[in-house]
Design a protein around this ligand. Structure first.
Ligand code: 4NP
Length: 155
């Protein structure tokens, strides 16, 4: 099962989600790609934001090796599921969708926790580090749902 997380800058939310799910894949012996990407180019090839690195580190996850990259249409060919963080990501990704198969792969990550509501994982970039910790908790619970669904065969 190959999973891609997408946010705007690919330096805060989606790199944390990537680190969390990679760890849970390892812990649960699940094989597959876990990556992340963004839509805006300001931070391409940069490591995650210091606050995201620190927050992940506090939970025993090292995301320092991640480098920000842009989403591309080929990602629809490499990944089985693509989770966006908010409405803007959902709009941005819609311009890349080529067919119904691509479309069916995309969902809001929060729909794993609150099905059908299309809620956002708020952008912590302009907030204090505590916001990163909140985001980390939400993403970790969403990733638990992914793990459970892979295990029971519903994903
Ligand atoms: P992210 O946060 O989408 O969670 O990585 C952001 C990071 C950088 C910017 C915006 C959001 N930015 O505008 O530079």
């Amino acid at each position: 099962m190959n999973i891609l997380f997408v946010c705007l800058g690919n330096i805060c939310r989606s790199p944390m989600a990537e680190g969390i799910l990679r760890q849970k894949f390892r812990d649960n012996g699940i094989a597959g790609l876990v990556e992340s990407a963004g839509f805006e180019s300001y931070h391409i090839n940069e490591p995650p934001d210091d606050r995201a690195i620190e927050t992940a580190k506090a939970h025993g996850i090292d995301i320092r090796a991640k480098r920000a990259k842009l989403f591309s249409s080929e990602d629809f060919d490499r990944f089985d599921r693509i989770y966006v963080m908010d409405e803007k990501n959902f709009r941005d990704i819609s311009f890349f969708i080529r067919n119904d198969q691509d479309k069916a792969k995309v969902d809001f990550v929060m729909n794993l926790l609150e099905p059908g509501r299309n809620s956002a994982v708020p952008d912590p970039y302009y907030r204090r580090i505590e916001a990163c910790e909140e985001v980390f908790g939400v993403l970790s619970r969403a990733c638990d749902v992914i793990i459970n669904r892979i295990k029971d065969g519903s994903l």
